[in-house]
Design a protein around this ligand. Structure first.
Ligand SMILES: [Zn+2]
Length: 294
């Protein structure tokens, strides 16, 4: 009983089998939920066009849209959630803000401000891409997949319909070459509406279709911070939520509305905070890596 109180049930198993199993290392001691950390990585800010999201410019607090990445550190592994809008090799960090102009495959253009490369921020935490256990993308749009190829050796968590769309003969409007290597990645197809990443209920990927066919959101149960839901692109601006506006380019706007209804009910039931990933005002208030939420 002493062990079960001090190191938890899994720790007790490790204590019993420690002689037999070198796999029961230090990482399995303690309460996994207590060791859960969420790092907010700065993957840039883009200048958005609210009209594409069903909003007029005077209806939004800012047209800036943050494009964050997130690292989830759990005793059983690391999960990278989204990989930014511009691949690290496409720009040169200066230590300050870097203006970056992007021409997308459909000839539309975007302006971004970049500050820190993604791999540099992982290195600051002592990680290389090889350390990443799981990669999950909220969805396949270009502003979430830019560095995906760097994590092709991780296990990719994805819904089948999303993966099929990404590798279809006619690819969706995004930058497919930025995630091309994922086609050969170890892949876990998420078949259910929820996928418990580490098996203890603290990090759960939830199905949230509409924006893209296999769009996902990420639910985290952080001990001190409380529950947090990372939005993907279920909403782009806080005003998308308050004014109930849907982007002009969602693959299934009716499903977006149904997803939003389910998410609002989930938020009400759990008391989770919703972090709208592209909300530049909200993002500016979050502490950034190497600081973390736990
Ligand atoms: Zn986006």
């Amino acid at each position: 009983m002493l062990f079960s109180f001090t190191v938890g049930r899994r720790g007790l198993l490790c204590a019993v089998f420690v002689v037999l199993s070198a796999a029961c290392g230090m990482q399995e001691t303690g309460d996994p939920a207590a060791a859960l950390r969420l790092y907010v990585l700065d993957c840039g800010t883009m200048t958005g066009d609210p009209v594409r999201f069903g909003l007029q410019p005077d209806e939004v607090a800012t047209t800036d849209m943050s494009t964050p990445c997130f690292l989830v550190s759990h005793p059983r592994g690391l999960l990278l959630w989204d990989t930014g809008a511009v691949a690290d090799q496409e720009w040169t960090p200066t230590g300050g803000p870097v203006a970056h102009h992007l021409v997308l495959p459909d000839a539309s253009e975007r302006d971004l401000t970049l500050r820190k490369p993604l791999l540099g921020q992982l290195a600051e935490l002592g990680h290389t891409p090889a350390d990443i256990t799981y990669l999950a993308l909220s969805h396949y749009h270009w502003d979430h997949v830019a560095n995906a190829n760097a994590f092709a050796d991780a296990t990719w968590l994805v819904r089948e319909v999303e993966r099929d769309t990404m590798f279809a003969a006619v690819p969706p409007v995004t930058v497919p070459q930025n995630y091309a290597r994922l086609e050969d990645s170890n892949t876990i197809i998420i078949a259910n509406d929820e996928h418990d990443v580490f098996g203890d209920g603290t990090v759960v990927i939830k199905s949230a279709p509409g924006h893209t066919p296999g769009h996902l959101v990420l639910y985290l149960r952080l001990q001190r911070t409380g529950d947090v839901l990372l939005s993907g692109d279920v909403y782009h601006f806080p005003e998308s939520r308050t004014l109930r506006r849907v982007p002009t380019f969602d693959v299934d706007p009716q499903r977006t509305l149904a997803t939003r209804e389910a998410i609002e009910a989930f938020l009400a039931a759990t008391g989770a905070q919703l972090w709208i990933q592209h909300d530049a005002v909200g993002n500016a208030m979050l502490r950034k890596s190497p600081q973390y939420y736990d």
